[in-house]
Design a binder for this molecule. Sequence first.
Ligand code: NAD
Length: 261
Amino acid sequence: MPPMTTAIIMHGAAGRMGQRILSLAADNNDFSISAGVDLKPGTLRALGVPSDAPLVQALPAKAGSVVIDFSHATVTPGVIAHCAEHGMPLVIGTTGVSPDEQAALIEQAASAIPIIWAPNMAIGVNVVFEIAARIAKTLGLDYDIEIVEAHHHHKVDAPSGTAYGMSDAICEATGRTRSDLVHGREGHTGARTRGEIGMHALRMGDVVGDHTAYFVGGGERITLGHMAHTRDIFANGALRAAAYLATQQPGRYTMKDVLGL
Ligand code: NAD
């Protein structure tokens, strides 16, 4: 029997991520492209994607295809409603929706479709989240944790969603919350409090994305880092998530499920 291919519909097809995901899918026999969706008219070929699949301006209702959304926070809720209505599994990489709204939207859709929404789809990053959580839980509060991220000088928000992903994983594993985060100390801050997690953002040049967690105490230091060299790591993770969801029952999934962590 030939291996099963995963049919994808790319929402945000003309975007930086959309184009990379489509190009990688076109080069991979495990995937077929059902359609690209974007605001701009044109063809996938004109975008440089070697595929005859159509580029359309509205999300089609195509059972059997997994939708991948890397578009804009304002339109992702509509994408979720459409996919839930038409029974299409959904991988969301779009960021910028508040955590509360995101949780409510996923909750609603998960009874109808398999859905995953990850702030960082990179496989290595998600492995690092898991290891960071394990280290923090094992070391306990006697070890100070500081997270430092670095990005290119165009990035407009700080700290990055990935830095929050790292701190969230640590908080979840150790009974802490985002109220334990201390952002970029300055001035007379007083001594460090037990259990706080320092968050620091560097902005410089063309750095794609570096994340480092320090665990320091008892005369020793553990440094756990991830450096992104190319945005393709997110595209590859999104495709792996799409292949995973294609065979799942409705429900909420995470990159931990996708990677079997
Ligand atoms: P981009 O601006 O290059 O692309 C977004 C695309 O979505 C554009 O082509 C735009 O025309 C399209 N779009 C906007 N509204 C639309 C609509 N109503 N219908 C159809 N298409 C629409 O952005 P990008 O760099 O590709 O990033 C997209 C999103 O993915 C951002 O939220 C970004 O933060 C996020 N992102 C997530 C990850 C991850 O791993 N989760 C990685 C990289 C980027």
